[in-house]
Design a protein around this ligand. Structure first.
Ligand code: HEC
Length: 162
């Protein structure tokens, strides 16, 4: 028979043995090595999925609509000066009433080169890449980035009347 003191000591040593790390690893379903291998595989799968997702996203590039996406931006930021008789129309001849007038451009010619935003005067002006005195909206603040991006994509997608 163990006395109380001895019994306590046995209990302590058992607890030490069974609750230690190595005990947990030894009796868990996976070994340390397996856990490492599975973690590696899991990370590789996640990286692969992210790659597939990013490719899928670029292939499905958003199609911009002139009437739904672009014209509302022009109406909000441009037509107050580029309507008939407005200061922008009077000085440059650039009317922004509808698709046809926008594609016609100024007295000197088109300001949009379909498919080539970098060569389009309109894009250069809204990106504030020209002289401050002629950037658009004239005398106003630059358009928010997302709106500039919509106009750019629309031009690069062919500046269609869609
Ligand atoms: C506050 C009035 C005003 C607003 C708003 C405005 N414009 Fe203009 N815009 C002008 C004036 C005035 C001109 C004539 C040229 C000049 O003075 O710079 C002009 C000229 C232009 C030209 C012709 C530049 C050239 O080659 O001669 C383009 C393109 C143009 N604007 C685009 C836009 C676009 C796009 C917007 C909206 C994002 C816009 N404008 C908003 C006043 C305005």
């Amino acid at each position: 028979m163990l006395n109380n003191n001895q019994y306590g000591k046995v209990k302590e040593s058992l607890a030490e043995r069974y609750l230690s790390d190595s005990y947990l690893v030894k009796f868990s379903v996976l070994s340390r090595k397996e856990i490492r291998v599975y973690t590696k595989v899991l990370i590789q799968i996640v990286v692969l999925l992210m790659f597939i997702l990013s490719v899928a996203c670029t292939e499905n590039e958003q199609q911009i609509s002139f009437s739904k996406d672009v014209m509302p931006i022009f109406v909000e930021h441009c037509t107050q000066c580029h309507n008939e008789g407005g200061v922008g129309h009077n000085e440059s001849g650039f009317l922004m009433k509808d698709y046809d007038s926008i594609m016609q451009g100024t007295k000197l010619g088109p300001v949009i080169q379909a498919g080539q935003s970098h060569a389009s005067t309109l894009q250069i002006l809204v990106e504030h890449k020209a002289d401050t005195s002629i950037n658009m909206p004239k005398g106003g603040i630059k358009l928010p980035k997302d709106k500039i991006e919509i106009i750019k994509k629309w031009i690069d997608q062919g500046a269609k009347n869609n």
